[in-house]
Every structure is written in C-alpha cells, then in structure tokens.
Design a protein around this ligand. Structure first.
Ligand SMILES: CC(C)(COP(=O)(O)OP(=O)(O)OC[C@H]1O[C@@H](n2cnc3c(N)ncnc32)[C@H](O)[C@@H]1O)[C@@H](O)C(=O)NCCC(=O)NCCS
Ligand SMILES: Nc1ncnc2c1ncn2[C@@H]1O[C@H](COP(=O)(O)OP(=O)(O)OP(=O)(O)O)[C@@H](O)[C@H]1O
Length: 198
C-alpha cells in the first residue's frame, strides 16, 4: 500500500500550487474537488440525490448550477451540511478506488482535500500537511481569483475550520506563498519523511 500525504488548507491558500509541485516530482495527486465533480456527473446517483435536495439550484440541462449551489450552501449552513451528507460518502468511495489503483505503482500519493479534518479523512492518511497563509492574503486571493465580494469571500472562509485549529492538527505546515524553488525543496523533504515513516 502507498503512503498517503493528506494535503489541506483553507480555500485559496495555495493547495493547487503545492499539489503541482508534487506532480513535478512524479507523485500522483488525487483531488477531492475533482472527485466532487465526478460524484455528480450526468446520470450518476449523486446528481440525482443533489437534484432532489436542491431543485432550485439546477440548470435547465439537468446539471448543477455551481454558482447558485455555492451561493446557497455558503449562506445557509444546514444546506451545506445536507450537501456534504450526500456527497462526502460518494467522494470517499471514489477516493478509495483511485487510491487502490494508484497503490500498485506509486509508493507515495497525495490526497488534496480542502475539508481533510472536517470530513475525518485525516484518519485515513499517513501525514497531514497544511498549506497556510494569513487570512488577509487568503481573502485577497479568493476575491481576485473567483471575483467574489469581500462579504461572499468571508462567508466561504468561515464555513471552513478556523486557521488556528487546522494548524494545531497539522503534522507539517507549508507556507502558501513560497517560491517555486523553495517549495520544491520542502516537497522533497516531505516525500522523504513520509517514506521513512518519521
Ligand atoms: C458548492 C459547489 C457546487 C461549488 O462549486 P464550485 O465549482 O464553485 O467550487 P469548487 O467545487 O471548485 O470548490 C472551491 C472551493 O470551495 C471550498 N468548498 C467546497 N465545498 C465546500 C464545503 N462543503 N464546505 C466548505 N468549503 C467548501 C473548497 O475550498 C474548494 O476548494 C461545490 O464546491 C460542491 O459540490 N461542494 C460540496 C462538496 C464538497 O464538500 N467539496 C469539498 C471537497 S471534499
Ligand atoms: N506560492 C504562491 N505564490 C503566489 N501566488 C500563489 C501561490 N500559491 C497560490 N497562489 C495564488 O493564490 C490563488 C489561490 O491558489 P490555489 O488555487 O492554489 O488555492 P487552493 O488552496 O487550491 O484553492 P481552493 O481551496 O479553492 O481549491 C491563485 O490565484 C494562485 O495563483
């Protein structure tokens, strides 16, 4: 079985940037955000369940209107909890399948999952790595990248675990504003750490 590095961090902290550095080292990355999209692909049970629970957030072609559903769940915590209840078990099954397939040829894999601790997936990985930035930088990145207002961005940030709690649960912390060169050396060190089991 492969060793699994769980890669997490608040929204827009820089996880994808760090994930790309692992890929440069030929370490495969499984993204929970992509699995969440796979969970609602056309004709899937996930899509059917979401469309029953959120009929007003669907597009006319039967797919999810991601902008509307995002707005709904980040404004209304019970809706967010309901959506997670539908999708997280499906995402977990998709992850386990992907992990099994990758395990045959890869000593280390990365599971990039924004809600690593919130979903309990941290119990199923060998090392929890948190990408961390100050909240002011996180906020400006999120507003710029997704074109969201400050209010909308703060709602999204606050729907996730507070930064201090996440840092406490981390085995390793990576600063989310490292240059590519510094990041590559941190990543090499991490791969070594997880392989040596320290
Ligand atoms: C609400 C949805 C449709 C919005 O889609 P959209 O394409 O706009 O965003 P995307 O999926 O790329 O997510 C962007 C970021 O939002 C944050 N986010 C997504 N879902 C959640 C959630 N339930 N709680 C807190 N933050 C979340 C993450 O940091 C994620 O990286 C989508 O995020 C979704 O289906 N979320 C529920 C599934 C889930 O919990 N995914 C998180 C990975 S486990
Ligand atoms: N080390 C870095 N230096 C400068 N800018 C960065 C760095 N890492 C990420 N960014 C920028 O910050 C923004 C958010 O980064 P990224 O998309 O990697 O975050 P994320 O944690 O994967 O987000 P999400 O939770 O939404 O999936 C992007 O616009 C990206 O270009």
């Amino acid at each position: 079985m492969s060793k699994v590095i769980g890669l997490t961090g608040g929204i827009a902290s820089g996880k994808s940037h760090v994930a790309a550095a692992f890929v440069r080292k030929n370490i495969p990355v499984v993204s929970a955000d992509l699995l969440a999209r796979e969970a609602v692909k056309p004709g899937s049970e996930g899509l059917l369940a979401v469309s029953r629970a959120f009929p007003e957030e669907m597009s006319s072609d039967g797919s999810i209107n991601r902008q509307l559903l995002g707005r709904k769940i980040f404004h209304d915590p019970p809706s967010r909890i309901l959506l997670e209840k539908i999708l997280h078990p499906i995402i977990r099954q998709l992850y386990l399948k992907r992990k099994e397939a990758l395990s045959k040829e890869n000593p280390v894999i990365v599971y990039e999952v924004p809600l690593l601790f919130e979903s309990g997936a941290n119990k199923e990985v060998d090392l929890c790595v948190v990408v961390d930035v100050p909240e002011s930088l996180q906020l400006s990145r999120l507003m710029e990248r997704d074109g969201l207002s400050e209010k909308e961005s703060l709602l999204r940030i606050r729907s996730q675990m507070p930064r201090a709690d996440r840092l406490q649960l981390a085995d390793r912390v990576i600063e989310g504003n490292l240059s590519r060169v510094s990041l590559d050396s941190v990543i090499e060190d991490l791969i070594h750490q997880v392989l040596s089991g320290k």
